[in-house]
Design a protein around this ligand. Structure first.
Ligand code: PTJ
Length: 253
């Protein structure tokens, strides 16, 4: 893999770095064939959002943290893109929550599973953490789904009451909600089916979200408005995009 040579002063440095990380992950066999297309769609929304964590997203993040901390059996489900972009921070979060991480991918092949599981175990070793990494031996099924994407672990996703599922697909999100779980979605597209199906949708980029969850873990003040209303959360996210577009159009004169 070629070296990443962009200068940190480059205005698109963060975006270039994420692309590089994903290219590298693709070479290692971690990603689905359509992973870069999915990332590109996310990038387009992030551009409209302003490549920042909005107040709306931070509020959803704090609600998510509240639910994860009070859960009996929380779990973090990761796919290829999420593992590549935010594996380190999510392992740290799992360690703080004392919960497992489960590799649960849409386009499941034994080879991809092996590479992703090894990648996460290496992060455990690097930080001297002991997070349980599940996914190698699925022994349960998500009811209502067919095919390999339904496979999951009883001690992880199946028994969880609160699940963090970044970049999830709509069907599986719906099936997890139908199991009675609190489903925390991370998706830059507030119009996606998962965004609409989730219990709490964080409309933000996964690397920023993972950092915010870890950084707010100890310090979070519990001044939150309950109950969390995901429909109004999504409406506010769309309002932010609408307002940014109006601001952006005013500079093209
Ligand atoms: O690793 P696998 O096999 O589980 O496959 C993972 C992908 C992402 C390829 C698969 O789940 C997929 O095709 O997803 P979709 O249906 O394209 O949805 C991905 C959603 O994530 C889109 O709505 C994007 O806007 C959003 N997204 C992409 N990158 C990011 C993101 N949201 C937050 N942070 C990102 N970095």
């Amino acid at each position: 893999m070629k070296q990443f040579t962009a200068d940190p002063s480059h205005p698109r440095y963060d975006s270039l770095l994420k692309r590089y990380i994903l290219e590298d992950a693709a070479e290692k066999g971690m990603l689905a064939g359509s992973a870069l297309i999915a990332h590109g769609r996310g990038e387009a929304y992030d551009y409209l959002i302003g490549e920042q964590t909005t107040d709306v997203a931070m509020n959803a993040t704090k609600h998510a943290l509240y639910e994860l901390k009070k859960a009996k059996n929380p779990v973090i489900s990761v796919n290829g893109n999420t593992t590549a972009l935010a594996g380190e921070e999510l392992i740290k979060l799992a360690s703080l929550l004392d919960c497992p991480i489960e590799v649960n991918i849409f386009y499941r092949t034994p080879k991809r599973m092996e590479v992703l599981l090894n990648h996460l175990e290496e992060i455990n070793l690097k930080y001297n953490l002991k997070v349980q990494i599940l996914g190698a031996n699925p022994d349960s099924k998500i009811p209502g789904l067919e095919g390999p994407r339904a496979k999951c672990c009883y001690d992880g996703i199946f028994s969880s009451d609160v699940i963090l599922v970044p970049l999830e697909d709509g069907d599986r999100c719906e099936a997890l909600v139908a199991m009675g779980k609190t489903v925390i979605v991370v998706d830059l597209n507030p119009l996606s089916r998962s965004a609409k199906m989730g219990s709490i949708t964080i409309v933000d980029e996964i690397t920023r979200v993972a950092k915010n969850l870890v950084n707010n873990f100890e310090t979070q003040e519990e001044k939150l408005d309950f109950p969390f209303d995901n429909d109004s959360n999504l409406r506010l996210a769309l309002k932010h995009i609408n307002e940014s577009l109006i601001d952006l159009s005013s500079i093209i004169d």
